[in-house]
Structures are given as C-alpha cells and as structure tokens.
Design a protein around this ligand. Structure first.
Ligand SMILES: O=C(O)C(=O)C[C@@H](O)[C@H](O)CO
Ligand SMILES: [Mg+2]
Length: 382
C-alpha cells in the first residue's frame, strides 16, 4: 500500500481535518490543528507531503521518526500538531486495512468504559451553576471550569476571594455530588498560584489545571509541596521530551497531553507509559473535534492510568459547529452516565461525513482566541 494524497479541510468551529488517501482505496482521517493557528499547521502538514506520498502507511513508527528527526528542527506546537494529525490518520488507515479498532492494535482494552467530563461556564466562569444543572440531567457528574478571569502577576486578595467565592457557591449548591477540575488556563502567574491554591483547598477540587504556564513548569513541584490539590498540566507540552523533565521533577498528579498537539497516538502512548511509571494519572486534553476525541479514546482504553477524558460537546468554543456535526456514526459516541464505550469500528472508529466536511471547508472560519488586556493596557493571559 502507498500513500497517494494528503487533503486538509479547515472547518467550523475551529478545527482542521486531514484525509490521507492510499492506492488501496483505504483513507485515514486525522485532526492536526493548533487552535488559532490552523493555517500554520496546514502548511506544516503539506510540507511533509512530498516525503509522505509514495511511502508505505503501515510503517507508522518510521514515518513518525522521519517527520520528527528528519527535518533537523523539531518539537513545538505547530510541527508536533502536524505530526499528530498525520499519525492519527496513519493509525486510522492501519486499523481499516486490518479490520480492527486502533485500541485492539495497541494491545486491547484495559477497561470497558471511559469517564468523561464536560466544560461549564465558558471563558468567564459566571454561568457555571446553570451549566452544571443542565449537564447533570444528561448524566454528567464531573466538570471543568475556568478558575479566574484576568489576573495580574501579583493581584489583590479581592480577586482571589472572587475566584474562590464561585467555587464555594458550587460546593454549596451541589456538595460532593459532583466533582470538578479548575483550569487556571495559564492566567495565574507563579506569585498568585500559591495563595489561590491555598484558598481553594477547603473546596477540594478534583484537580487544578495549568496552575502556572507550561514554560514555568519548574513551579509544579514547588506548588505541590504547598497544596493537597492534585495539579494537572500538559495541553501545551508537545512531546515526551518535554514531559520527561516534569516527571523527573515531580509535582504533577495528572498529565493532559493533547492527542492533536503532542505528536499523536504514537507519541501519547509513550507519554502515558512514562506517566504510569511515575504513578501519574492520564487525562488527555481534548477541546477539539471527533477525530481528536477518537484518538484520545484509543489511548485511554489501553492505558491503565487513564482516569478522565475531556470532550467538547457544548464547549464554549464550539460556535458554528458541534462535536458530532461531521460524524455519521453518532451513536458510537453516545455518553451514558458520564462514560463512553470504546469506538467499535476499524481504525479510529469515526465515520466522517466527507460531503459535509467538504461543504463546511468552503466557509472555514479563521478562529482566533481573544486578546485580553489588563486595566493598565498590558497583555493579559487569556
Ligand atoms: O480545554 C482546555 O483545557 C483548555 O484549556 C481550552 C484551551 O486549550 C483552548 O482550546 C485554547 O484555544
Ligand atoms: Mg486547559
């Protein structure tokens, strides 16, 4: 079998799908994207195309190593997201060619169902209570929300109190009938992380995500000495070579590699195994589309330390497109009691509505994240 063509489709809400065709009539789908930089990742995918066309798609490991090592420069959000989407599509092809779901190719299921969680409250966490009530009716009992709005490198006790008050309100409304992670989303600088974590202790969130920015990862171990709240991070780390320093230094209880940013299934299976060796849980980041989610589930179902899976149904980013809009086998993605089952079809298990993808790609949005500024006009972390 030989690769014959790579076709990219940028489409609402802010995703990009990649279709890899072969001379055997089998095609695979991947979801290479950096939210807000889709065109950069698209260019990176097509820079790999001259090498990939004519190659045997079954040699995923060699193709991955060529894409990672063959261009001298390596790593980073754009290149690793391009490799991730190509890798996903190659696993999809392999599964379809062998008539097996990817989780079977990776050694089979370690669990029968995977716990998923839902975002609530949007960029500004005001509407959390309303969203939790609605989603609980759909069977969810685990959620994630932004912890703060803009926050200065050093900020007031009032800002801390406002952030904590929202969490106190949730616990008052639902007790421990629900659990939730709090995403600091990189908005909290190291000087503010300690006071904010200390103030949140009494409410025992399931985890605090990105307690500081990924480029400040040396603080994870320091912060972990000051809090019992499990710390989580990983969405802005792009290979096992970045995760290794964090595992060695300690501090993270949960790692959240993004299957569309951290090199794909081939890389994230290795990150999951490294995490297990350090007794760190896996909770793949996935605010994206169905192919990315399918790739996450393939890794979840073969990783003993997988504990939680993010999925984007109803996420505040999905303006103009929803998780299953481009999926024909919607029923395979049903969520029952807050859990998903393994996707049963060969490959990644996504039957893509190609006509809808092609139509939607004619009017692709150029999604950008908002640019936030502090009251003094300086740039604020979004
Ligand atoms: O889902 C999460 O945990 C996020 O932090 C959302 C963020 O990753 C946006 O997708 C960036 O555009
Ligand atoms: Mg996050």
């Amino acid at each position: 079998m030989k690769i014959t063509k790579l076709t990219t489709y940028r489409l609402a809400p802010r995703w990009m799908f990649l279709k890899i065709d072969t001379d055997a009539g089998i095609s695979g789908w991947g979801e290479p994207v950096i939210e807000g930089k889709a065109r950069s990742v698209e260019a990176a995918v097509h820079e790999f195309e001259p090498y990939l066309v004519g190659q045997d798609p079954s040699r995923i490991n060699d193709l991955w190593q060529v894409m990672y090592r063959g261009g001298f420069y390596r790593g980073g959000a754009i290149l690793m997201s391009a490799i991730a989407g190509i890798d996903q599509a190659l696993w999809d092809i392999k599964g379809k060619a062998l008539g097996a779901p990817v989780h079977e190719l990776l050694g089979g299921l370690v669990r029968d169902r995977m716990k998923v969680y839902s975002w609530v409250g949007g960029d500004r966490p005001a509407d959390v209570i309303r969203d939790i009530r609605r989603l609980r009716e759909g069977g969810f009992d685990t959620f994630k929300m932004n912890g703060t709005e803009e926050l200065g490198i050093v900020d007031s006790a009032r800002k801390v109190d406002d952030a904590v008050a929202r969490i106190a309100e949730i616990r008052a409304a639902f007790g421990h009938d629900i659990e939730f992670g709090i995403d600091f989303h990189g908005r909290v600088a190291a000087p503010m992380a300690k006071p904010l974590l200390r103030a949140l202790e009494p409410y025992r969130p399931l985890f605090v995500e990105e307690p500081v920015l990924a480029e400040q990862d040396e603080h994870y171990a320091r912060l972990a000495r000051h809090t019992s709240i499990p710390l989580a991070a990983g969405e802005r780390m792009y290979s096992r070579f970045e995760f290794k320093r964090v595992f060695a230094a300690g501090g993270l209880a949960i790692v959240q590699p993004d299957l569309s940013h951290a090199g794909g299934i081939t890389e994230c299976v290795k990150i999951a195994a490294m995490a297990e060796a350090y007794d760190v849980a896996l909770a793949p980041h996935c605010p994206l589309g169905p192919i990315a989610l399918a790739a996450c589930l393939a890794v979840d179902f073969v990783s003993h330390n997988a504990v939680l899976q993010e999925q984007s149904m109803g996420i505040h980013y999905n303006q103009g497109g929803e998780l299953l809009d481009y999926v024909l086998n919607k029923d395979d993605f049903r969520i029952e009691g807050g859990f998903m089952k393994p996707l049963p079809k060969p490959g990644l298990g996504v039957v893509v509505d190609e006509d809808k993808v092609i139509a939607a790609s004619q009017a692709a949005p150029d999604w950008r994240n908002p640019l936030w500024r502090h009251a003094d006009g300086s740039v604020a972390e979004w």
